[in-house]
Write a protein that binds this ligand. Structure first.
Ligand code: ATP
Ligand code: MG
Length: 366
């Protein structure tokens, strides 16, 4: 997939601007607060109808304007396509067009221009608690495997109901009668999640290690390990075996769950760990190491999507260069050879051998 041309009107700090892009690397330079991230946001929104940072669509419309517009000429699914969004202030719903025809919802344009974004907040995937890592992995897996998406929704639904039972039983002990039924179902669906995740993390780890190797010149050995419920030693085991494992673990924690009123065990606590040459990244990683590993993970995610769909999502790298040494900056700028890449940076004097460099000032191309 590739975005050839973008037209923005009253989008964020862009008044009216047409930009044409290289099929390879597009380096967007500019000082702080000029519109670099806004541009990446427009590209991501064009393909998904979702912003990675706005709470409401109306935030995307230029201050003082009644509407905003994003239009892109895309090469995707072996043909030229046109995507267009119209956004309105107030309660008027947004409009979406694909090749000139009005569409009902963002799902009607799914797959035309998927993007994978790295932004500085993604460093939290590796530095913060397990919830961030689970969200990253779940998002990636849901895009790759619709059946996983369905299983995850089902799991969360049962987990919610079980949580309610565990909270209510102090006042209404009779609710415990239905608990075994919920636990049994939770183990069945939970086993399915573990099975999907085992395969996903294995593939992700292999791909990320390859990128990480070229990134660092093979200086550190990257390893990713999936961690699930402690008594499951082989997450690749048949689902029935995983179900038994989950059941056993649940039984062992039955009392504790009742006493605390919380769902203490199950794949909703899963996590993954990254080590560099055996040293835990979360606890000991430097800023540059963390950034390198996070970018490698995103590149790996994109690789898995390409494997699935035959085409590579557009890669959006926001503010990646800071904290990276010269060799690692060179990797980002000059070694990501496949697919289309957008890189923003505020360090002057950077350029790419693989595409074009453009400068943004106050919402304008200069
Ligand atoms: P940095 O290098 O600091 O990350 P940047 O070039 O990525 O900077 P952006 O986040 O793209 O900067 O743009 C920020 C500017 O856009 C801010 O000055 C902000 O006030 C302005 N801006 C954001 N939303 C709107 C809007 N709806 N209308 C007009 N201007 C806006
Ligand atoms: Mg920015």
């Amino acid at each position: 997939m590739q975005l050839n041309e973008l037209y923005l009107r009253c989008f964020r700090n862009f008044e009216e601007q047409t930009l044409t892009f290289d099929p390879g690397v597009n380096l967007i330079v500019g000082q702080n607060a000029q519109g670099k991230t806004n541009l990446l946001e427009a590209v991501a929104y064009l393909g998904s109808g979702r912003s990675f940072r706005a709470m409401k669509n109306s935030e995307l419309i230029r201050f003082g304007s009644e509407f905003g517009e994003i239009e892109g000429k895309v090469h995707s699914q072996e043909r030229s396509q046109d995507l267009r969004w119209l956004l309105f202030s107030g309660c008027r719903p947004r409009q979406i067009f694909r090749n000139g025809a009005r569409k009902k919802s963002a799902s009607d344009i799914a797959g035309v221009l998927p993007t994978v974004l790295f932004c500085p907040e993604d460093l939290m995937i590796l530095k913060a608690g397990g919830a961030q890592r689970r969200r990253f992995a779940d998002n990636a897996l849901c895009q790759l495997r619709p059946n996983y998406d369905a299983a995850l929704m089902e799991y969360n639904r049962i987990l919610d109901q079980k949580s309610r039972i565990l909270k209510d039983h102090f006042d209404h002990p009779a609710v415990l009668e239905i608990l075994p039924e919920y636990n049994a179902r939770l183990c069945q669906v939970g086993a399915l999640l573990i099975s999907y995740r085992a395969r996903f993390f294995q593939a992700l780890g292999i791909e990320a290690a390859k990128f990480h190797d070229s990134f660092t010149g093979g200086k550190e050995e990257f390893r990713l390990e999936y961690q699930t419920v402690s008594n499951i030693s082989d997450p690749f085991a048949p689902v029935s075996q995983l179900t038994d494992g989950l059941n056993e673990h649940l039984n062992r924690h039955y009392r504790a769950e009742l006493e605390t009123g919380q769902c203490l065990t199950g794949p909703h606590k899963d996590d993954f760990e990254i080590t560099l040459s055996g040293i835990n990244l979360k606890s000991f990683g430097s800023q540059g190491q963390t950034r390198t590993a996070a970018i490698s993970l995103k590149l790996a995610q994109r690789e898995l999507m390409k494997r699935e769909w035959g085409e590579e999502p557009v890669l959006l790298l926001d503010d990646v260069l800071s904290e990276l040494d010269a060799g690692r900056q060179d990797f980002v700028l000059n070694k990501i050879v496949s697919g289309q890449v957008f890189i923003t940076c505020c360090e002057p004097g950077r350029f790419t051998k693989l595409g074009k460099t453009m400068e943004i000032q106050n919402g304008q191309l200069i």
